[in-house]
Unconditional design. Structure first.
Ligand SMILES: [Zn+2]
Length: 431
């Protein structure tokens, strides 16, 4: 089956779409409970959504679910697929950090290239159109093999996968002013994002203020790993918000993990969440690595889930979404760069089923917004026809068969036209 919209264009009739993600289309049969609606999605011959001329080919999707292509806002391509070599941690986060650190001696250009390329192939095949990866940056980026490789991959994948790179550095790097200024200059030249790993006890007001001053000076977005711990005393996220208020930094800020938000006293949680909402920090929750690493002790069944307080964040109007984080490395030994799998893990762990439609729409919109990937996260008339057709009728059905076949369409063209199951996917009744 050839879906290519060459010639007169194409209609994908009777698609079920989240109404909140398809506002520019004529919607019918809107279900207030699930937020789903039916739409006929036109694809112009240039690969954009629109209204192709009379005579365009019509394919009846028979109510199959269609979502916009995904954004994965937090991954670690440099660590991907190392678990067989590096081993499994015998404890939590710090044990995984030690294993990854020891494995880093194997990170040659060839090793990085093959593992990172494999990750991009999987993400693309699963329907991801854009991702943000952290890269360990122990020395200035221009001296890092991972930044060299990423630069080449970014070029090679242009038009298929937009890739942002974050320089992941310990927060205390700011203490060496000259070195930090040079790193920021290089990050800006490489079109990167300023990253910081805030280990327990390392955040100070002075360090955070300095970081935001430098980010402002070099025009950098900022992305933190913060409070990746169940310690109810951890206050890195609050200190970030307080520093934003002091410095007036107005660039985009993302905060990953924030696990301690779930374990601290209610009054503290409410105060910090109000600050997060007020200063516009985007919180990204990483359910896979949190479930794997938090409360991990040999011989003990974990008692805590490790996830941040996603429901309370959203209720307060804060921006929150999920992302992959680690794939087949010491921080998480499974995974396939599949945002359906990631989202389902978040939904199940945080018990979000009652408002699944709201969470799905929020996921798509907030992930794109947090990274600044304009034009993604929604089905937009006139925008690229980047979408995923699922063999599912509704959202719970999607969650239940997340590994099932899907048809990924980019600019109106299937990414895997050779797949034997495509014709089955579109011609058989959804059962
Ligand atoms: Zn991470």
């Amino acid at each position: 089956m050839n879906l290519q919209a060459a010639g007169t264009g194409l209609w994908l009739d009777n698609a079920r779409v989240p109404a909140a993600l398809a506002e520019g289309f004529a919607l019918r049969d809107v279900d207030a409970g699930t937020g789903l609606a039916t739409a006929d999605l036109g694809v112009n011959r240039d690969g954009s959504f629109g209204a192709p001329p009379a005579g365009a080919r019509r394919i009846d999707l028979q109510g199959r679910l269609v979502l916009p292509a995904f954004v994965d806002s937090h991954v670690h391509l440099d660590k991907a697929y190392t678990v067989a070599r590096a081993g499994l941690p015998d404890g939590g986060l710090l044990a995984a950090v030690r294993l990854a650190g020891a494995d880093a001696e194997n990170w040659t250009v060839a090793d990085l290239e093959s593992r990172m390329e494999r990750a991009l192939v999987r993400a693309h095949a699963n329907g991801t159109a854009a991702m943000r990866t952290h890269l360990d940056t122990p020395v200035p980026p221009l001296q890092c093999a991972s930044w060299q490789v990423l630069g080449r991959l970014r070029q090679g994948w242009r038009g298929r996968l937009d890739i942002q790179a974050v320089a992941l550095m310990a927060l205390e790097r700011v203490d060496d002013a000259a070195d930090y200024a040079e790193r920021c200059r290089q990050i800006a030249a490489l079109d990167g994002v300023l990253g910081a790993f805030i280990a327990p006890g390392m955040a100070t007001a002075a360090r955070l203020d300095r970081l935001f001053e430098m980010a402002a000076r070099h025009g950098l977005a900022v992305d933190f790993h913060v409070d990746e711990t169940l310690d109810p005393e951890a206050r890195g996220l609050e200190m970030i918000c307080d520093s934003l208020a002091r410095t007036g930094f107005d660039g985009p800020v993302m905060a990953g993990h924030c696990c301690s938000l779930a374990t601290m006293p209610q009054a503290d949680r409410a105060r910090i969440i109000a600050k997060v909402a007020a200063c516009g920090v985007h919180v990204v929750s990483l359910p896979h690595s949190n479930l794997f690493l938090q409360d991990r002790r040999a011989g003990t069944t974990p008692r805590h889930r490790g996830l941040t307080a996603v429901q309370e964040l959203r209720a307060a109007g804060a921006s929150v979404h999920f992302a992959s984080d680690n794939v087949q490395d010491p921080f998480y030994p499974y995974g396939d760069y599949d945002m359906v799998e990631v989202f389902r893990s978040g939904v199940q762990t945080a018990q979000l089923e009652a408002d699944l439609g709201v969470w799905l729409a929020g996921q798509c919109i907030e992930a794109a917004r947090a990274c600044g990937f304009g034009g993604l996260g929604r089905l937009i008339p006139g925008g690229h026809a980047d979408a995923i057709v699922f063999q599912a009728r509704d959202l719970l059905d999607l969650m239940s068969r997340r590994a099932g076949p899907r048809l990924v369409i980019r600019q109106g063209v299937p990414v895997r036209p050779d797949r034997a199951d495509l014709s089955t996917l579109l011609t058989e009744e959804v059962r």
